[in-house]
Design a protein around this ligand. Structure first.
Ligand SMILES: Nc1nc2c(ncn2[C@@H]2O[C@H](COP(=O)(O)OP(=O)(O)OP(=O)(O)O)[C@@H](O)[C@H]2O)c(=O)[nH]1
Ligand SMILES: [Mg+2]
Ligand SMILES: [Zn+2]
Length: 352
């Protein structure tokens, strides 16, 4: 059985070496539902749960298997079941901060080679949103490709592409229509055997419609968007990994409500490389690009080489990152405190 069609390669082989010769097998997580996992294996699909030891050792949500992960399993093919013992090192992961009071990492998809950032060419089209998606995509370790969907609804495609180009340096921009079968051949260089492509984007942009078109039948449910604002309804509720007959692996995901960033420092500099290199030319090293003399960033804004909106999103993102970092530190401090409390409790116990 060839695991390559599920995306297996030398990278994962390397991670599996330490488990070899102990009767373990590997599988790839296709779907998660309440800590039960559908796993693609050499025996076909098995239903798996993590072992007791795994659960005991897992500290955070991000330690648990996510869709796209390769896991080490003991398989019980007669029962179509498996026990998960470990998650193999991830090649890439697209995560976001879970909405709520605490900062927790939620992995949307892992071991993704290419991210299709799907944006519809209708009234919901928004370059600033695309800019933020690109940032998270870079940070994931996968390569972003911008898919402009519903091209059949747009009369100024070239104009829209030009707009996207101002925020997407060197990233392919592909206008398509899954419904009218336009431009789909442009996706071929990304979708082939062994390659994993995740579809990300807001609700209703046509991720599942594109998935169905590539599968060749209506597997994923799709639903009409609202009239008026062209927004979607969150039709897809689960992330799901789908292996295409013609080769290639897709991960269809639910539309994102809010795209919260996660440790995006690295992504930030890749995505805003123009602003970062301007900043290096500022007179003062600690220039805050406000009213300092000799500020190259302000200069670029005033002579029109740097778009004000683009600069504003850069500032906004930096603020957001700083906020997340503060929360992270807070959480680390609390964990540290709890640990010391435990230690001193243990010492008390020893004393008496
Ligand atoms: N005109 C046109 N409509 C499309 C196209 N692709 C998708 N749609 C329509 O857009 C609506 C939403 O499509 P979905 O595929 O459900 O969108 P989604 O991104 O999967 O949405 P969520 O699962 O909610 O995140 C449906 O009514 C589709 O028929 C297209 O290429 N052209
Ligand atoms: Mg969908
Ligand atoms: Zn400056």
């Amino acid at each position: 059985m060839n695991l390559k069609k599920f995306g297996w390669n030398e990278f994962f082989e390397e991670g599996f070496i330490q488990y070899k010769g102990q009767g373990y097998k590997v599988g790839r997580i296709a779907l998660e539902h309440k800590k039960m996992y559908r796993i693609l294996t050499e025996y076909g699909e098995l239903l798996g749960e993590v072992s007791g030891k795994f659960r005991f050792q897992a500290a955070e949500r991000g330690d648990y298997p996510a869709v796209g992960d390769w896991v080490v399993i003991s398989a019980r093919p007669e029962e179509q079941k498996a026990t998960i013992h470990a998650v193999l090192p991830r090649k890439s992961k697209f995560s976001r901060k879970v909405a709520g009071q605490t900062t927790e990492e939620q992995i949307v998809a892992s071991n993704v080679d290419t991210i299709f950032l799907v944006n519809a060419l209708n009234a919901d089209f928004n370059v600033r949103r695309i800019e933020r998606y690109i940032l998270s995509a870079w940070e994931s370790g996968a390569n972003p490709v911008i898919v402009l969907s519903k091209a059949d609804l747009c009369e100024d495609i070239e104009e829209k592409i030009a707009e996207v180009e101002t925020v997407a340096f060197g990233i392919p921009i592909l206008p398509i229509s899954a419904e009218k079968n336009i431009g789909l051949d442009q996706l071929a260089p990304y979708v082939y055997e062994g390659q994993t492509v995740a579809l990300l984007g807001s609700a209703g942009v046509g991720k599942s419609t594109l998935t169905n078109t590539l599968i060749g039948h209506q597997k994923q449910q799709v639903k009409e968007i609202r009239e008026g604002d062209d927004r979607g309804r969150h039709t897809t509720t689960h992330r799901e990994l789908i292996v295409l007959d013609q080769g290639g692996i897709l991960i269809d995901t639910p539309g994102m409500r809010e795209l919260q960033l996660w440790e995006a420092d690295e992504g930030l500099s890749q995505s805003f490389s123009d602003i970062e290199s301007l900043a290096e030319q500022c007179k003062f090293r600690d220039c805050r690009h406000k009213k300092e003399p000799g500020c190259a960033v302000q200069q670029a804004i005033s002579d029109g080489t740097l778009d004000m909106d683009r600069y504003n999103s850069y500032v906004k993102l930096q603020k957001e990152l700083a906020y997340i970092e503060r929360k992270e530190n807070q959480r680390a401090a609390l964990a540290e405190k709890a640990k010391w409390k435990q230690v001193s409790n243990n010492q008390k116990k020893i004393k008496y």
